[in-house]
Design a binder for this molecule. Structure first.
Ligand SMILES: [Zn+2]
Length: 562
């Protein structure tokens, strides 16, 4: 960043920093270069001062699950001309124009997140064979820190090894090799075994059902991967998109998935789509309370919600099996399904969620029930599974739904009456506090992603800050912070982009493995893949050459507690 280090003193603001304290505290904040520092003991003045009297300061927000880069995101853009026609913008102060709401272009993605006080977003479904393209695209997102979770659990190599009875050591070495070869930050499993089953005409795969070709059950895959991620010390637990997404009655599969982890840490993503029962005359009901109970009881489990937002969007998923089922609901009527190498693939289906549609209305209510029934804000995170449940631009409205019961009840009164009757939302009094919002959008994601120097406002932390002017309308407050700092640089001022640099860093982990594993992976590549083994791994230099910056988060030593 050159030799220019500027100290900045922010005075008079209230800090909402649940990593340090449950209370908002009035304190000055000192920034030296890109980090928060202690106030200098010698009484020295800062190079610049900003009076923030009456403002609230939080750490920059972190989106733990948002589809912002990679093949399916690009297909989604290609597929939604209307989204790009209707949402065109030139972010003031920035050099680049952009477009799209559900499928925004890279620059728009970075600017819009930053203008909402977000300083990091993680792409949760990187196909291994497409890692290079996904990373180059992530590098293109201005301002934000970023990282990607590599999708494992449906690829030929792993399924063959599990079918052959491979030991946990071999699985661990393979997972570690894959994470390094794809410069990933974490490991995701999507519909374990189900995407492979789809290739052999399997249209569903439940947790204890052997896959049609390899004969491996989803339970075996989930257990092996959850244990591998833990044993090789990756900070973020296995990120699980459960089997049977969207199917009434899938609550049983989701509860069985928690069981399959056998106590190893797991993160269940967009759990709203996996919390469905079969009660009532329409055979579709909320099972949010059963899922919330299980999360409350099992401290190894965290979730993000994947809240549904009414309106048009694009669904983009690695779950080709679920997307094949969803094609019937496409609006407009078009869809894409594809497979890449022997890895997995993706499915794209445009959607419109309606408050007067019974199923959509109940899905909306189920998401909010989950937010309100999971007791520990450190283990439930604010997501819409952008753009699958709705665009990330709707987060400020979601915050209001969680913080204001009156607003929530007014929205509830508008939805399909049968859905309203089946939901317990009406009786839920809970209103999130500001510190709880700060936990679920900052401190919590930083902790569960292993980002020790993010999500907090104490000395040593990266100076990623959002400065809000308190308003009666919390949606307006969270939509447009007055100032946003990224790595000590004021990137947003008065709701406008003030600087496009710094670019943010790509977060990766580098777990160790026994190099013996490369022999069997190489043999598999020689026999089956179109890419040469030597060309497959992404070198970190490629990210740097594209103008990116890298930060490696440490892995836990073997045997250390999670
Ligand atoms: Zn997702």
């Amino acid at each position: 960043m050159g030799g220019l280090i500027v100290t900045i003193r922010l005075t008079g603001a209230k800090l909402v920093d649940p990593a340090q304290s449950r209370e908002a505290i009035l304190s000055d904040l000192w920034i030296d270069g890109e980090r928060i520092v202690e106030a200098p003991a010698d009484g020295r003045r800062a190079d610049s001062e900003l009076d923030l009297s009456g403002h609230l300061v939080m750490a920059g927000a972190i989106d733990i699950h948002s589809h912002v880069a990679g093949g399916k995101v690009n297909l989604g853009r290609l597929f939604s001309a209307a989204d790009h026609r209707e949402h065109r913008e030139m972010a003031e102060g920035s050099l680049r124009s952009g477009s799209g709401l559900a499928t925004p272009s890279t620059f728009t993605t970075g600017y819009r997140y930053a203008r909402m006080g977000y300083t990091a977003a993680f792409e949760p479904a990187m196909v291994a064979a497409n890692a290079r393209a996904a990373h180059l695209e992530l590098t293109d997102l201005p301002i934000l820190d970023k990282g990607a979770y590599v999708m494992l659990g449906n690829e030929e190599f792993l399924l063959r090894r599990l079918a052959a009875g491979a030991g946990q050591r071999e699985i661990n070495d393979y997972v570690a090799w894959m994470v390094r070869a794809t410069a990933a930050h974490a490991v995701k499993v999507v519909n374990a075994g189900g995407i492979s089953a789809f290739k052999f005409n399997g249209r569903g795969l439940d947790i204890d059902e052997p896959g049609p070709y390899h004969g491996v059950t989803p339970r075996t895959i989930i257990r092996a991967l959850a244990r591998a991620v833990h044993e090789i010390g990756i900070p973020h637990p296995l990120h699980v998109h459960c089997n049977n997404l969207g199917i009434p009655g899938n609550v049983e599969t989701t509860l069985a998935t928690i069981d399959a982890a056998e106590g190893f840490p797991i993160h269940l993503t967009h759990v709203q789509f996996h919390s469905y029962g079969t009660e009532g005359k329409r055979r579709f009901s909320s099972a949010a309370s059963r899922i919330a109970d299980a999360v409350n009881r099992n401290r190894n489990v965290s979730v993000d919600v994947g809240q549904l937002v009414f309106g048009p969007t694009m669904t983009e998923s690695g779950d080709t099996q679920a997307q094949f089922r969803n094609r019937r609901h496409a609006e407009p009527d078009k869809w894409i399904s594809m497979d890449i190498e022997c890895d997995a693939g993706c499915g794209l289906v445009p959607f419109r969620y309606r408050e007067k549609n019974f199923v959509n209305a109940l899905q909306w209510a189920i998401g909010l029930e989950l937010f309100l029934l999971v007791e520990d804000p450190w283990r439930v995170f604010l997501t819409t599974d952008h753009p699958n449940g709705g665009p990330f631009a709707s987060y400020p409205q979601l915050v209001r739904l969680l913080m204001e019961r009156d607003f929530r009840d007014a929205c509830l009164a508008r939805i399909h009456p049968a859905a309203r009757q089946l939901s317990v939302l009406d009786g839920l009094q809970r209103e999130y506090s500001l510190p709880e919002i700060a936990i679920m959008t900052r401190a919590g994601p930083a902790r569960i992603l292993g980002l020790a120097d993010r999500g907090r406002l104490s000395p040593g932390a990266m100076a990623d800050l959002a400065v809000y002017r308190p308003q009666a309308d919390v949606e307006a407050m969270f939509r447009a912070p007055d100032h946003v700092f990224k790595s000590g640089v004021e990137v947003v001022r008065g709701g406008k982009i003030a600087a496009e640099l710094p670019r943010g860093t790509t977060q990766i982990v580098r777990p160790d493995y026994d190099a013996q594993i490369e022999r069997s992976i190489r043999r598999f590549f020689d026999d089956h893949m179109t890419v040469n083994f030597q060309h497959f791994p992404l070198s970190e230099q490629e990210i740097l050459d594209a103008g990116g910056r890298l930060a490696t988060q440490p892995c836990r030593p073997p045997g250390a507690p999670p």
